[in-house]
Design a protein around this ligand. Structure first.
Ligand code: ATP
Length: 314
């Protein structure tokens, strides 16, 4: 039986601008995405049967057909029925280390790992762009998760242009364990409150999305200007989530007071991250914020920016 262990990194949004509505019901977005070395481990093993089975050590992750990793395997079976006939189904074991429903693309990166893993197990020899095309059918963040690194993402998040690596930066992530924010709620609330600022057609949305290429953050990344990167972090969804969840605002303010390079909520939250230039600084900031908030419900992680998407574990 063939098997692979894959490392599936989380992502954060360094920039998230909502440009308008799309005809397919999604939002037109301009984002800058960044992989981090906080990652799940995915074991994939051909089981010689005709079923897909999910095992996960986290009770909050579904182990049925609704798991995004399961949906990724089903999609691969649909696309490559001959390989499925030859090799059969798979056992997918997820060692979950990325917090769930946290705005860190945990489900998306698991799906990306299954695509990459089945390509290997089934000897398909797909290119990265072929894998990303399949990935786009599973969710907006999945194509980025395949390639990872630092990238501008436009459209609904699936059109990617790579940026220079930023693997010298560290971050502290913090999340209230009991707090989950629904991505659907965040976007629909944003539409209700800010729909009047949306681009009125596809052309004007595209014109606005091109602007991110010459914007403050992309310039700062090109020059590896850490202070500027911190200043140029941006997320439209903070406008609705911070108002509805005062604890998240309080957390962001606590990070701000420590003098980090910059702090921001990731995606639709509720995880807040803060950037530093070194590991000892990150550890120091974590201690300061832990002391300032002193809430046992608050979890912290320290991570480093990563140039990697899905990769086979050594
Ligand atoms: P995004 O940043 O892409 O919006 P997220 O990080 O906020 O995603 P996920 O961790 O992907 O959110 O989980 C959202 C929900 O998806 C979970 O509550 C869980 O029920 C479901 N889910 C399905 N498959 C997975 C998976 N493989 N890992 C985690 N959650 C999953």
């Amino acid at each position: 039986m063939r098997s692979y262990t894959l490392i599936a990194p989380a992502k954060i949004n360094l920039y998230l601008e909502i440009l308008g509505d799309r005809q397919d019901g999604y939002h037109e977005l301009a984002m800058v995405l960044q992989s981090i070395d906080l990652a799940d481990r995915i074991d994939l093993r051909s089981n010689g049967t005709d079923v897909i089975r999910i095992h996960c050590n986290h009770p909050g992750v579904p182990q049925d057909k609704t798991n995004l990793a399961y949906r990724a395997a089903t999609l691969m079976i649909d696309q490559f029925p001959d390989a499925f006939a030859q090799y059969g189904g798979v056992e997918i074991e997820i060692d979950k280390r990325i917090p769930i429903a946290a705005g860190l693309a945990g489900g998306s990166t698991n799906a990306a790992a299954v695509l990459v893993g089945l390509d290997l197990i089934w000897n398909l020899g797909l290119t990265q762009s072929e894998l990303q095309e399949i990935a786009a059918q599973l969710g907006s963040d999945v194509p980025f998760c395949v390639a990872g690194g630092t990238a501008i993402a436009t459209g609904r998040g699936e059109k990617l242009s790579p940026l220079p690596d930023l693997d010298h930066l560290y971050l502290i992530l913090a999340k209230y364990r009991s707090l989950e924010v629904s991505t659907a709620w965040a976007y629909s609330t944003y539409r209700k409150q800010f729909g009047n600022t949306y681009a009125c057609n596809t052309e004007s949305a595209e014109a606005r999305s091109v602007k991110v290429n010459s914007g403050c953050l992309v310039n700062a990344i090109a020059h590896k200007d850490n202070a500027k990167i911190g200043e140029c972090l941006y997320n439209d969804l903070e406008k609705v989530v911070l108002r509805a969840y005062p604890q998240v605002l309080q957390l962001r303010e606590a990070f701000q007071r420590t003098g980090v390079l910059g702090t921001m909520m990731s995606g639709s939250g509720p995880t807040v991250f803060a950037l530093t230039e070194s590991l000892p600084q990150a550890q120091q900031i974590q201690t300061e914020v832990e002391n300032a908030i002193a809430n046992p419900d608050l979890d912290f992680w320290i991570a480093q920016f990563s140039p990697n998407g899905i990769r086979v574990a050594n």
